[in-house]
Write a new protein. Sequence first.
Length: 445
Amino acid sequence: APVVLWFRRDLRLGDHAALLEASKHSKHVLALYVLDDALLKPSGAPRVAFLHGCLKALDEQLGGRLMLVKGDPAEEVVKAARAIGAAAVHVSSDTGPYGRRRDQEVKKALAEHDIAWTETGSSYAITPGRITKPDGDPYRVFTPFYRAWVRHGWPRPADTGASIVDWVEPPRSVKLPKSPSLKGMELPEPGEKAALDRWHEFLDGDLETYDEDRDRPDRPGTTRLSPYLRWGCVHPRTLLADLAGNEGSGAKSLRGEFAWREFHADVLWHRPETARKNYDSRFDAMEHESDDEAFKRWCEGRTGFPIVDAGMRQLLAEGWMHNRVRMIVASFLVKDLHLPWWLGARYFMNHLVDGDLASNQLNWQWVAGSGTDAAPYFRIFNPTTQGEKFDPSGEYVRRYVPELRSVQGKAAHKPQGVKDYPAPMVDHAHERQVALERYGAIKGP
Ligand code: FAD
């Protein structure tokens, strides 16, 4: 009997463990994707538009045989499976809170019709939840997690591709809806081929200097793979296999970044409520401001702190922001404006093309100090010196804040009386003290 391969966060055909598993059971596989409003509605235009592009690319790779349906997965997956008389539905595990709940429902609905459910692999090199301390507890600190992750090792890439099975003609399919308007925002090319092209370009170029350049928003030194990893256009195992045996500083540092992604997914797997709540519950007592005008200025990049404004405007222009700048703008929201981290996290999820619940919420909590392995609360970024250090010639700031284009060099980080550019909206030295007092109050003696 044929089987269904239900695609979710694995929009590729190479290195696809669930496809390999499906092919062992049947040579006739129906490729299915469910447009699910529960996921799409809160996703924000850049992520939805990028997803649509990835679905188009996948459909082309499948010779037009991707079955698209819209609705509740618990109904739609069953209907699709029954329409072709499928014996089983194969998936890659989705380990996020919504995905886990949804999959329980789908599994139950399939069981009522005697259709099997098989999960193989996930979006991670090591499926979240697999790595624990020797006593079975989850890791709370990155470095020991990282060591255990490397020790555990990861499976070799699965040898798969479009031609390992015969793709079943979809019994029906809806048209891909119109993509939301991006208002001039430019997104990367979607799909598996684009992901691999980008990766090979990086391997041939910036890998060697990655370790030195990864903190420099003015340089194009990082992989820019985050949206592809978000939708599974490439599997991290493929990337790790390409780095195998490379002990250069670039490869080492990049493996560490991939591991951060896995660590945060592991934390969210063990503590799904941390998508909304403080990981460290002492932070529930934290005093926050409620200031819509201040939040709006942060969102629009009009704080009067050039590196913060450049970051927020890069987000609006590209749906992406450099990691160092994400840390700076997040710290500014939490420690200079004293607004709650989840406000900023929600805004990021709405605007990032790579918006990923685990990476986003837990990085925000890391910056706010309420997460695992958090930055010490007394380490408060000074946005001006951060800008001078990581964008030493002011190039990044001038690229995204046109009002500052006439200010030469480093001075772009301390503009004085520039027409149309606001004065700093807060006194950082003062707000730093306020933050320290508030943090001191909840951290206790
Ligand atoms: P590279 O430097 O090339 O890194 C390679 C890959 O490693 C990335 O694609 C990503 O998958 C992973 N990675 C790197 N740094 C981190 C990190 N700190 N945490 C988790 N994974 C990491 N990343 C997201 O993918 N989605 C998010 O929603 C997201 N939100 C963030 C929010 C805040 C406040 C902060 C500080 C960081 C956030 N990050 C998020 C992590 C990081 O900023 C991005 O993954 C990175 O900037 C993507 O660019 P790149 O692919 O060029 O990264």
